[in-house]
Design a protein around this ligand. Structure first.
Ligand SMILES: [Ca+2]
Length: 128
């Protein structure tokens, strides 16, 4: 049940402006003029290279410092919930319930140490 939310979270993360403008020097993205590529999202202007490959690891690494702010390495359930809530909001979805956040956190925290690491979050977002 939770797994089907992962693609939505990834899409929402990609739609986050702060994360969309992070690759000025991507070697796999040759300069190209803005064109009307079939199937391109309407927000393509924010992502000139619109690569089809979703780099979840990069999204996680770049976003982690924004939410991991309590001085303890890894996301607490509160921090995790804040991030998930923002992702949902960006995807124009209604706010996740406390139950969803709790379950998603439990699923993400594979090591069961009470915090979600970058690797655990990336694996969760990849549906693993
Ligand atoms: Ca953990």
């Amino acid at each position: 049940m939770l797994r089907r939310f992962a693609p939505t979270l990834i899409a929402a993360a990609l739609a986050t402006p702060a994360l969309a403008q992070t690759t000025p020097n991507d070697p796999q993205s040759p300069p190209e003029s803005v064109s009307t590529t079939p199937g391109a999202p309407t927000t393509a202007a924010a992502q000139p290279d619109a690569t089809p490959v979703i780099d979840v690891d990069r999204i996680v690494v770049l976003g982690f410092p924004t939410y991991d702010r309590d001085g303890v390495p890894g996301l607490s359930v509160t921090e995790f919930g804040q991030w998930v809530s923002v992702l949902f909001a960006n995807a124009r979805q209604s706010a996740p319930t406390a139950g969803y956040i709790s379950a998603a956190f439990a699923q993400s925290d594979v090591s069961k140490d009470g915090v979600v690491s970058t690797g655990e979050l990336a694996a969760f977002l990849k549906g693993g």
